[in-house]
Design a protein around this ligand. Structure first.
Ligand code: CA
Length: 265
């Protein structure tokens, strides 16, 4: 049974969350104390943590940091104030997602499901053998994107969407699930300018009430991981006032290569 730990000191929020998660078939434990939460976490090893930012004992940020030192468990942060979102995302605490209060319960459930699904995918990928399929024949010219059997190649970037792996040249790049989804989505639309709203809608597969800063922060993280010089991006270009596009041609000419509708042409 999938275990979820809810760390929330507001009694009615904690019990509402618990009630609804239990109804969805999850095994739920709750605590309102940050320090206690860490003990419970170590004993129970939950599959996902819902974590309130403001807590007595140890605040949510510190708790998140501590958990991250030894666990990659998906963490959904709860915050009462939109201004704190910057803190959650910007500090790279390792929270996978956040929601601002008051939140819609159905949305919480949807996100919990999505996070658990992603985790399952990552785990099955790391246990299966990493087979680096050779791009083979028909290699497209200069930096054109190709998608073959779940692989997308953009310049030196090779994105494998079935194995959730990314390599840059011969170096493998560790990406967080959302970073991967974002990169894969950009790569499937080479040379196309994608607005922040579009990215939110398509990559974060639920309606976002929060700001588009989420996208900017993830783009920044991605750049730090894949760009040789993040301040002068080679792959992910900012289109001022609009959004982003992935393009290997230094932003000059958009690629016109159509990604085949069916992989493996
Ligand atoms: Ca609180």
């Amino acid at each position: 049974m999938t275990k979820i730990m809810v760390v929330e000191d507001e009694e009615n929020i904690a019990s509402t969350l618990k009630y609804n998660l239990v109804r969805e078939g999850y095994d739920v434990m709750t605590t309102g104390d940050g320090r206690r939460a860490l003990e419970i976490f170590k004993q129970e090893k939950p599959d996902l943590v819902i974590l309130d930012l403001m807590l007595p004992g140890m605040n949510g940020l510190d708790l998140c940091r501590q958990i991250r030192q030894f666990s990659i468990v998906p963490i959904l942060m709860l915050t009462a104030r939109e201004e704190e979102v910057d803190k959650i995302l910007g500090l790279e605490l390792g929270a996978d997602d956040y929601m601002t209060k008051p939140f819609n319960l159905r949305e919480v459930i949807a996100r919990v499901r999505a996070m658990l699904r992603r985790m399952e995918m990552i785990q099955s990928n790391t246990t299966s053998n990493m087979v680096a399929e050779e791009p083979g024949n028909g290699e497209a010219k200069n930096g054109a994107n190709r998608e073959t059997q779940n692989q997308i190649k953009v310049g030196d970037l090779l994105i494998n969407s079935s194995q959730h792996t990314v390599t840059l040249g011969d170096r493998s790049i560790a990406l967080k699930p959302k970073e991967f989804d974002l990169l894969a989505f950009l790569a499937r639309h080479p040379g196309q300018v994608l607005t922040r709203e579009m990215l939110l809608e398509r990559v974060w597969d639920y309606d976002y009430t929060g700001g588009t800063r989420t996208v900017d922060v993830h783009i920044r993280w991605l750049r730090e991981k894949i760009e040789p010089d993040p301040s002068r991006p080679r792959y992910i270009h900012t289109i001022f006032g609009v959004g982003y596009k992935l393009d290997i041609t230094e932003g000059a000419t958009p690629l016109t290569v159509a990604v085949p509708a069916k992989p493996g042409v």
